[in-house]
Design a protein around this ligand. Structure first.
Ligand SMILES: Cc1cc2nc3c(=O)[nH]c(=O)nc-3n(C[C@H](O)[C@H](O)[C@H](O)COP(=O)(O)OP(=O)(O)OC[C@H]3O[C@@H](n4cnc5c(N)ncnc54)[C@H](O)[C@@H]3O)c2cc1C
Length: 379
């Protein structure tokens, strides 16, 4: 069965069409922005939309601590997060509550000050707070912190809502959404054969998350990637008191938490990322919970006697140099990659979708993506 794609915009006499493989945040956002550029787009996922790393995310929309040349993309993305309710016609629970990052030792303070100074020319201004300001503005948080940074425009959103919201808006804009389709083959040109039909397009965007490296390898582009599972948990609902997302400046894996408006406190960090089983799934390890709780209670001592009701993890691709793979293929005309977001892709998602759509449609991108090009791993 051969299926067409919706008619697209005419580019230089030919109709541009695209298949986006992978309906996580990156793929569903890319499909949405491609459709807004008039490109006939099909979004294909082997599972359910948004049910990969995206749904497992902590939901942190944080710019501090990022690789500096990634900040233009992070700013582009943050501007979109602020407009998403209008763009998607749905509240994805984005709240610009600010991101408070506590500091408990001189090393953390030096780390924060160095980053804040280096990030200023990149357009990110962090407020430095002393202990009195922390106590006054954020009572109950980090009582033994010696300082903190605060980034007022950052915040969080609901990881369960974001990819389906993008995919639904994409469908309303004309994208053909094909989920739960076993992908049988991907051929240059491009033809994607699935259990739900065969699809053709002249552009292919690889947004398959930690599976992205296998697809890239098929086109002669190796990417060293490791699949790991950060571990998350959530408490019973409590009166809503914690407004900002809270983290730590530390050279180690610091803990982080946020309270959703329904009252539950979601937390993660403080322990090594778990391994992923033969089933390709990441599983939370209850034995790691006490260490996480000790770290979280330091951020908010009132959580000491609260019940944890659920733990989870999610399989995420960590590229060897800690940076994602984004941009045009180095081997195959018409092929593009956006995968391997190394545990920090949630914030970037809307910006990645917009930037990839710009790149696919125009061959250029106003946001610098050179550092993320797949060619950095070519022999
Ligand atoms: C536990 C956890 C917490 C996190 N917390 C944060 C955070 O607080 N802040 C932050 O910025 N980032 C965070 N991240 C990272 C962020 O969630 C990810 O970087 C981001 O969601 C990746 O999105 P994606 O679309 O690339 O991948 P995914 O969401 O994994 O989507 C990939 C999709 O591709 C599909 N697929 C796979 N193979 C194929 C194929 N061959 N054909 C078609 N479809 C295919 C899969 O079914 C899947 O739906 C976290 C990640 C995890 C796991």
């Amino acid at each position: 069965m051969a299926q067409g794609v919706p008619l697209g915009k005419v580019f230089g006499g030919t109709r541009m069409s695209a298949i986006v493989l992978g309906g996580g945040l990156m793929g569903s956002a890319t499909a949405f922005f491609l459709a807004r550029r008039g490109i006939a787009t099909t979004l294909i996922d082997t599972g359910r939309i948004g049910a990969g790393a995206t749904v497992a995310s902590f939901g942190n929309i944080r710019r501090s601590g990022r690789y500096l040349p990634q900040l233009p993309l992070a700013h582009r993305s943050l501007a979109l997060w602020h407009r998403l309710e209008t763009l998607l016609g749905r509240d994805v629970e984005f709240r610009a509550t600010g991101h408070l990052r506590l500091i408990f030792d001189p090393e953390g303070l030096a780390l924060m000050r160095r980053f804040a100074e280096d990030a200023r020319p990149w357009g990110l201004d962090l407020e430095e707070l002393g202990p009195d300001q922390i106590r006054r503005r954020f009572p109950g948080l980090g009582p033994d912190a010696i300082a903190a940074s605060f980034s007022p425009r950052d915040g969080s959103a609901n990881p369960r809502l974001i990819a389906p919201a993008f995919a639904d808006a994409a469908a309303r804009a004309g994208v053909q959404v094909v989920d739960q389709a076993q992908v049988l083959s991907v051929k240059p040109g491009f033809t994607v054969e699935t259990s739900r039909g065969t699809f053709h397009a002249d552009r292919l965007v690889n947004c398959t998350g930690h599976h992205g490296a296998a697809l890239a390898a098929q086109f002669g582009e190796p990417v060293p990637i490791e699949v790991r599972g950060p571990q998350m948990a959530v408490t019973e609902p409590l009166p809503h008191r914690i407004l900002p997302v809270v983290g730590v400046w530390s050279a180690e894996h610091g803990a982080y938490l946020r309270q959703v408006e329904r009252g539950n406190v979601v937390f993660g960090g403080a322990v090594d990322r778990g391994t992923v089983g033969a089933d390709g799934r990441a599983h939370a390890d209850p034995a790691r919970l006490p260490a996480q709780l000790r770290a979280v209670v330091r951020l908010c001592p009132a959580l000491r006697h609260v019940a944890v009701i659920r733990q989870w993890s999610g399989a995420e691709g960590y590229v060897r140099d800690g940076l994602p793979v984004m941009g045009a293929s180095g081997t195959t005309a018409g092929l593009f990659h956006a995968f391997g977001f190394c545990g920090h892709g949630f914030q970037l998602g809307p910006g990645v979708g917009d930037a990839m759509a710009e790149l696919v449609a125009t061959g250029r991108c106003e946001t610098p993506l050179e550092d993320f090009h797949i060619g950095r791993f070519a022999a």
